[in-house]
Write a protein that binds this ligand. Structure first.
Ligand code: 13P
Length: 231
């Protein structure tokens, strides 16, 4: 069901509040953007806690990042170039979410990709999750670092920084961040218990063939390893 403009603004704020409650963002961390039907975008403003955000604080911008609608003193997220690159690279992307969920970000800081095919749900919905190269926040270094990975991935770890997910809508992008953080927790637990046991190639292929039946959208490689490249 298509949401009204005001319901969409409420939904973005609801997800901002969830991100803060889940401990994925501290202080002003994190940002969300959504593509609107007319090709313009709604984005969270820079420098505001996601716990305090309310619909009127969201900023509407065009694809160059020019502000079309904003409360006085509110500017789009400083990471808007990263968001815009996701929309440029992927016609199917309607929302982008950036946060610092602590366990997934631990992997990003340790430069360890989450590319073990060890948990059914993650194989089905995310595939492998690479660590993209270091980039200084707010500069074109970040979009340039993520661009080569966007064609195949809906979830990325940003080296020394955090995580990024994309989706056709903001709820899908949010669910991917939940799945990413839960998988990071499970992987860490498995590591503490002696290491995850990978699913056989045959069973991975069976899971991949079931994606369509489960209504899994987006892009997720079926068996890509980054560990050897990045460690
Ligand atoms: P903004 O407040 O500009 O969105 O930046 C937050 C952040 O997480 C930077 O990576």
């Amino acid at each position: 069901m298509e949401l009204s403009y005001s319901a969409l603004r409420e939904q973005i704020c609801d997800i901002c509040h969830k991100m803060w409650q889940l401990g994925w963002v501290a202080a002003n961390d994190g940002n969300i953007s959504v593509k609107l039907e007319d090709g313009t975008f709604l984005a969270t403003p820079t420098g505001i806690s996601k716990s305090f955000i309310t619909p009127e604080k969201l900023v509407r911008i065009d694809q160059e990042g020019k502000v079309l609608e904003a409360m006085e003193g509110y500017r789009p997220s400083s990471e808007i170039k990263m968001h815009m690159r996701c929309y440029e690279e992927r016609e199917d992307v309607g929302a982008v979410l950036h946060a610092h969920p602590p366990v997934a970000t631990g992997y990003a800081v340790a430069n360890i990709p989450l590319d073990e095919y060890s948990m059914i749900e993650t194989v089905l919905t995310l595939g492998s999750i690479p660590v993209t190269p270091y980039g200084t926040p707010s500069t074109y270094e970040v979009p340039d670092a993520i661009a080569p990975y966007l064609g195949e991935h809906d979830a990325l770890l940003l080296q020394n920084h955090g995580a990024l997910t994309v989706g056709a809508d903001v709820v899908t992008a949010y669910y991917r961040m939940e799945t990413l953080e839960l998988f990071a927790k499970i992987s860490l637990n498995a590591h503490l218990l002696g290491g995850a046991k990978e699913i056989s190639r045959e069973n991975i292929d069976r899971l991949i063939s079931m994606r369509q039946g489960y209504g899994v959208t987006g892009r997720h490689p079926g068996y890509k390893k980054y560990s050897d490249e990045t460690l």
